[in-house]
Write a new protein. Structure first.
Length: 133
C-alpha cells in the first residue's frame, strides 16, 4: 500500500551536509484560528505552527548552526522529511521552510547509566507543505 511506514524516514537539511542521527521527530502539525464576524459568520484566521523537534545525537554542524543563531546570525535552511512505504517507495514529503534551531538541549545525565543519550533540537519555521510523491 501507499501508506507511510513511520520507521522508514529520511531527513534532508538543505545546506547542512551532515547532521548526525535522528531518532524521533515531533511537531508536524498546524492549527488555524477561527474568526467570527458580528453576524456570526465563521472564517479562517491566522495559522500557527508549533516547533519542529528532533531527538537524536547531532553532529558539530548542527551545534555550529545553533551557535550562529545564538550569535545573532539569521541562518535559515529548509528541512525535508520523506516517508516511505513498506516497499521502500517514497510516498510523502513534508517540507519545512526557513527553519532555524531555537533550542538545543542535552538529556538528563545519569551517574548510574540509566539514561539513553539523546539531544533535542527545536526549530521554528514559517510554514510547511505536504506533498505526495
Amino acid at each position: 500500500s501507499d501508506y507511510p511506514v513511520l520507521t522508514n524516514i529520511t531527513v534532508t537539511i538543505d545546506g547542512i551536509a551532515s547532521y548526525g542521527k535522528i531518532y524521533m521527530l515531533e511537531g508536524i502539525e498546524n492549527s488555524t484560528a477561527v474568526k467570527t464576524s458580528t453576524s456570526g459568520v465563521y472564517s479562517p484566521g491566522a495559522t500557527t505552527y508549533p516547533r519542529l523537534i528532533f531527538h537524536g545525537v547531532f553532529s558539530k554542524n548542527m551545534r555550529d548552526w545553533r551557535d550562529k543563531i545564538i550569535a545573532g546570525t539569521s541562518e535559515k535552511h529548509d528541512i525535508k522529511v520523506d516517508l516511505f512505504n513498506k516497499a521502500g517507495k517514497k510516498v510523502l514529503r513534508v517540507t519545512f521552510y526557513d527553519t532555524m534551531p531555537m533550542t538545543f538541549a542535552l538529556p538528563p545525565l545519569s551517574v548510574d547509566n540509566s539514561t539513553r543519550y539523546q539531544e533535542r533540537v527545536e526549530f521554528i519555521y514559517t510554514n510547511f507543505a505536504i506533498t505526495n510523491n
